[in-house]
Design a protein around this ligand. Sequence first.
Ligand SMILES: [Zn+2]
Length: 483
Amino acid sequence: METTTAAASSSSSSLTILYNATIVTMDPDNRVFKNGAIVIQQDKIISIGQSPNILAQFSGESLDLQGQILLPGLVNTHVHSSQQLGRGIADDVDLLTWLHHRIWPYESNMTHQDSYLSTLLCGIELIHSGVTCFAEAGGQHVPGMARAVEQLGLRACLTESIMDSGEGLPPSWAVRTTDDLMFGLCFVLSRVQSQKELYDKYNNTADGRIRVWLGIRQIMNSTDRLLLETRDLATELNTGIHMHVAEISYENQVVKDTREVEHGTVTYLEKVDFLKKNLLAAHTVWVNKTEIEFLSRAGVKVSHCPASAMRMLGFAPIREMHNSGICVSLGTDGAPSNNRMSMVDEMYLASLINKGREVFAKGTTDPTALPAETVLKMATINGAKTVLWDDEIGSLEVGKKADLIVVDPHSWSMIPVHDCISCLVYCMRTENVVSVMCNGKWIMKDKKILNVDEAEVISLAKQASNQLLKRAGICIPDRMNVL
Ligand SMILES: [Zn+2]
């Protein structure tokens, strides 16, 4: 049977019917309906199938999609929403300048209002590129982020940036570098406690669209105590942990030297029993075969961020991770390390980079590496699994939330569409995403963001960004002969 339907009144006036669409469901059977229809009641999908069957069975508010493509909303599994005001502050600089002289001063000078505006601006770009759910990588002022997410109508797993040690931190974060044991312990407890308070206040708010996760910025800024307290609290709250893992080879070297393990971060995390199925490991570039096994066995999820990896980190062994059964999804990373917050671009890049890596590694080409259907999975159902939300999102299935996007392929960038799946990965541009629905409500229709005034956000964000850079003492040197 091609049409699946949940028990519901077939003539309820509260139904929304989208029909005459190519529906790429991303369900376990990989069903694609060439002339499909979907029925939405409140926030849920109650039926999906061939248009003639659905139209005969249901009545309600109907929308003829005229051959456009329907996809599940894309899931961005690693994005720094509070870094959006810092786009362009750290282009083409070395890693130390990037972190110590640009990003940390920027982040440590942010206010709640900056975080709110930054998340609004970031959210607008995410929605335009077809994202309905994102995982915040660990940023500043969760209350500001939550306010923006609630207003935009998006779905998100929000995480605070958490560090309790490390060199070169800004003065306002200096307390985190203390070596005093008693003070250090109190600080760890308060950092963990403050996240518990955020969880109690914001988890499952905004009609269930907001979840609160725990953060570990990265191992070089974490004491063991912080790691273990975080692991235990995440288990107690049944939530996830978002952490940057094995980003650069220097990180592995520091872990080897200071924590006495044979290889790097992943080996150490295995040793202290930190690797669990609720861990979202971002980047995970510098891992060896044994460490890939550790990640796979523990059920750790990996967010691959191709643009930022190419710019700053290196080639992640995505094919090897896939082959070992690890759930790999896609992320954009933050605006100062990628500049484009488009999952559409990341899909394209992921496919090309991982084909290119084969040549680099083996000396022979392999265009079959990371095919389009795999990339599409990474951006949808694997994304949902990564954020521990695949029981409700990530595919278009009866009973799941109505998180979906409409792609218009009838333009110069996608025509002709001979192979719909490859066309979505290799041809689609952000501009082909025309409408976005999250939790059963349109949040963008015909390219217009519905819940916030886009022009007003852009204007406020520009002002806030300039003031923030001034406060942080960040000066971007001129390039070329600026007159
Ligand atoms: Zn990141």
